[in-house]
Every structure is written in C-alpha cells, then in structure tokens.
Ligand binder design. Structure first.
Ligand code: ADP
Length: 496
C-alpha cells in the first residue's frame, strides 16, 4: 500500500482531532441545552399551575376571574392559552364547576391521580396529541389539608423540539464547515512547514560526487530542520574528506609505483642498448630484482590498507605471546642494525599474552624497529621494552584517584594493557611533522626515506594493525635526540 505523504497525514490527524473535539463539544452543548429547555418547560408548568390553584381556592364568587385567560396567554402564547388546562375532581373526572378548554380532554394517568391523592405533583410527557408531544403537570389543589381538586396543566413541546432541531441543524452545518476550513488551513500550514524539507531534498539530490564541497542551506536555524541540515552537512564533510583521501591515495599510489617503474625501464633500456658481458647483465638483473621486490612490498602494503579500509581484511585470532614476538623482532633488528652500527637491545620484558593476529603484530613491531634503525645514525641505539600498564593512555592522578590521561575517566582496574615501547636515539621527528607521520605516504624527508626503501606507509599500517586489535599507537620525539613509539594493546585477561 502506498504510504500517504507526511503532509497528508498531518492534515488528516489534525482534522481528525478537531472533528473529535467538535463532536464532543457539540454533544456536551446538546445535553446542557436540552436539560435547560426541559427545566424551563417544567418550571413554566409549575408556575402556571400554582396561579390556577390559587384561583381555585378563592371563594366561589371569585371563581372565574375574567383575566384568567389573560394570565395564561402570557405564559403559553395565544395559540395554546385556552386549550391546555383542566380541573378534575379527586377521582379524576372532569369537574363541571370549572370551564374546560374546547379541545380533547388531557390524558390522566392512574399513577398521577394516585400521586395527587397523596398530595404530590407529577410531570408526564404524552405523545398522542398531534405532531409534538405534550408535557403535563398533574397537581392536587389542597384546601385545609384536603385534596379538593386535581389540576392538570399541559404544554406542547413544540418550542423545545424546534429549538432542538435548530441546534442540531446548526451543528450539522457548522461542524463540516469548520472541518473544511481547518483542514485546508492545516494543509497549507503543513506545506509551509515542510517546504524546507522539499528544498533540502532537491539540494541534496544536486550534490553528487563532484560537488561534495557544497553544503545545504538553513543549517544556522536552531530548530529541527536546522539540526537536520547540520547533520547532513557534517555527513557531507565526512564524505568529502573520505573522497579526497581516496583520490589522494590513488594519486599517491600511482606516483609511488611510477618512480620504480621509471628506474626499471631506464636500467633495462641502457642494458639493451649494446651487447654486454654476462657479469654486467647479472648486475642489471639483480638491481631489477631489488626494484621489483620493493614494488611488490609497496603493492602488498597498498592492498593491506585498501582491504582494511573496506573492512575486508582477514585477521587471525589467537593467543599471541608478546614477549616471544618482541624477542624475535629484536633479533631481526639486531642483524639489520649490525650493518649500520646501530645496536638493538631489549630493556625490560614481562610475559604477556594478547588476543590477535601474531603475523600482523609482528609486522607492526618490525616496522617500528626498521624505522628506528633506518633513522638512527651509526653508533646509536634502538631499545625495545614490554610491560603491563593500567590504562591505554597512561595514568594521571586527579583528586586522589588514578584517571586515564587522555580521557580523564577513572581507570578500570579490570582492564589491563600491554605496552610495547620502541625507543631510538636517532634523528627524531620535527614537532610540526608529529601529527602527520601516521598518514599515508607522509614522509618528513621524502628523498631520504625513499632511498631507504620507504613509501611512507609503514606507520599507517602499524596504526591500522594496533587499532584493529583495540589498541593505540603514539609517538614522542625530540629532534636530534630520538623518538619513542608506544603501542598499547588490551590484554587477553587479567594475568596473575
Ligand atoms: P617510511 O616508509 O618512509 O619509513 P613510515 O610511515 O614508516 O614511512 O614513516 C613515516 C615518516 O616518519 C618517515 O618518512 C620518517 O620521516 C618519520 N619517521 C618514522 N619513524 C621514525 C623514527 N624512528 N625516527 C625519525 N623519523 C621517523
């Protein structure tokens, strides 16, 4: 089933609620009106009856005051004046001593007579007298404690019925009118209120991948629509940044691959230009192989990063003995450093186990140690250490309690972290470069880095691996005196 537009639904709801309110109000007004009208009829009948009864109690000579008709006319109006009253004797027969109206006698019910005999009045409504029902009051006329007559006064309910009909007709005409007016008002209001949404929809539709720098208007308003516009704009900003990153990434990747390809091509072309002896060919092939290996490494790195971006990287999970890992990487680093006269040592070690992918964690550590050796001049040192810490960001004491240094939240004693530090005495990293060194393809000194076979992806991969393990990586560095990289990984379980 097709869903109605918000505008139509708003209008329907609005009109529905108004209709219910009007019908309820109409019902209450009808009830009050009818109550008032009935009360008026009964009060009129009662006061007429009292006047007549008073007349009846006068001495015989004054029995028929000529102005009686006049009195009744005042109450009932000319058409009913002389019709609707009669005097009965206590047994219910017409009392011949009294003038009766010319029409049919009024109805006398046994119950009313019984009540009259006991001295109480009775109101009844009879429906067999013409088009409209008649309200009849049957009242005893008492003289010295005795019922001498029974007096009946009747009144047509025509007026009451006409008033009721008028009321109902007005209601029937006004309610739909009010609903139509309110409905169209609501429809217009809803359109006005929702117009910005339509405009936003159209604006959002115009913004394609090429126009991500555009923003929606109306974000400054402090209402629901302003919030919506702000949220969409924030999303656009994130998309823009992500798109820019992807573009930069592929541009940088092509550029990185182009350089070794150009070198390869040059070497091969030179080698082919004239015949050479086997030793020379061998040298060229070795150099080509080196270049190809470095390209293969680069492609591997790129693949890893793009898979991680797409969330498609497969991670092994298992218990990883970090102390073993650190030892292995330190040994490799030692061999690497020997050629450069950089010592790689282990300072401090604890047996710690984390859950994760051992191969990738090793890659992370290897990247850090390689960098340490790469950026440390001869005679320098790279030191590794592994220890247990209580927070992922370091510890700070605030108002007597240990809190996380970065988040200032209380440290959860049930979660512990393994901290691996790789500290070197190398060239260090300038302060302005520190926030950027984990970015893709970022190198403080591109020429030097490329010479050492780096494409600026190592630290980015290290960060991806640390974060995939729920951990984090940080750096501190003083140019000229060395750098310290710290990786913190959550421990598998609390270890005694
Ligand atoms: P690269 O492949 O160039 O080494 P990385 O992502 O590993 O790329 O490092 C990025 C940049 O950070 C490097 O180019 C280098 O300038 C700087 N860097 C990384 N580690 C160190 C270190 N231990 N000492 C000094 N500079 C470093």
């Amino acid at each position: 089933m097709k869903r109605l537009s918000i505008r139509a639904r708003l209008t329907l709801w609005y009109t529905g609620i108004l209709a219910t309110t009007l019908i309820l109000l109409g019902g209450v007004a009808y009830g009050l009106l009818m109550r008032g009208l009935w009360h008026d009829v009964d009060a009129t009948l009662e006061s007429v009856a009292k006047t007549l009864a008073q007349t009846a109690r006068r001495p015989a000579a004054e029995l028929f005051p000529s102005d009686l008709d006049e009195v009744l006319r005042r109450f009932f109006g000319p058409s009913l004046a002389d019709k609707f009253y009669q005097f009965l004797d206590p047994r219910g027969r017409l009392d011949p001593r009294w003038p009766q109206f010319r029409g049919e006698p009024l109805h006398v019910s046994p119950e009313a007579l019984r009540n009259a005999a006991q001295g109480t009045a009775t109101f009844e409504t009879v429906t067999d007298r013409g088009q409209y029902p008649v309200r009849i009051l049957t009242m005893p006329v008492m003289l010295r404690g005795q019922v001498v007559n029974v007096l009946q006064v009747g009144m047509s309910l025509e007026g009451l019925f006409m008033a009721r009909q008028h009321f109902l007709w007005s209601l029937a005409a006004l309610v739909p009118l009010a609903l139509v007016l309110a409905g169209s008002g609501g429809w217009l209001l809803a359109r006005r209120a929702l117009r910005p949404v339509d405009q936003m929809t159209m604006a959002a539709r115009r913004i394609g991948a090429e126009h991500l720098a555009q923003r929606l208007e109306g974000a400054e308003a402090d209402d629901e629509l302003g919030r919506l516009a702000r949220t969409l704009n924030e999303m656009l900003a994130r998309l823009e940044a992500a798109f820019a990153q992807v573009r930069r990434f592929s541009a940088d990747a092509s550029h990185e691959l182009k350089t070794p390809l150009t070198v390869l091509r040059g070497e091969i072309e030179v080698a082919l230009r004239s015949p050479r002896d086997p030793a020379e060919y061998r040298r060229v092939l070795e150099s080509v192989l080196e270049e190809v290996a470095s390209m293969a490494r680069l492609v591997d790195d790129l693949l890893l990063l793009s898979r991680a971006d797409a969330g498609a990287l497969r991670w092994e999970t298992g218990a990883v003995e970090l102390d073993r890992l650190v030892e292995e990487v330190a040994k490799e680093g030692e061999i690497l450093g020997r050629g450069k006269q950089v010592r790689v040592t282990i300072e401090g070690m604890e047996p710690l186990i984390v859950q994760g992918d051992g191969q990738r964690l090793k890659q992370l550590l290897r990247d850090l140690v390689d960098n340490g050796v790469k950026y440390t001049p001869a005679g320098g040192r790279v030191a590794l250490s592994l220890r247990r810490v209580e927070s992922s960001n370091g510890r700070k004491v605030a108002s007597g309690k240990p809190v996380d240094q970065l988040t200032s939240r209380p440290i959860d004693p049930s979660v512990e972290w393994a901290e691996i530090e790789v500290r070197d005495t190398g060239i260090g990293i300038p302060a302005e470069a520190l926030p950027r060194i984990f970015e893709r393809f970022y190198r403080v000194d591109p020429a030097r880095s490329r010479e050492a076979g780096g494409a600026g992806l190592g630290l980015c991969i290290a960060k991806t691996i640390a974060e995939a393990h729920g951990g984090r990586i940080e750096v501190q560095s003083t140019p000229g005196s060395g750098s310290a990289f710290t990786v913190r990984l959550p421990l598998a379980a609390r270890q005694a």
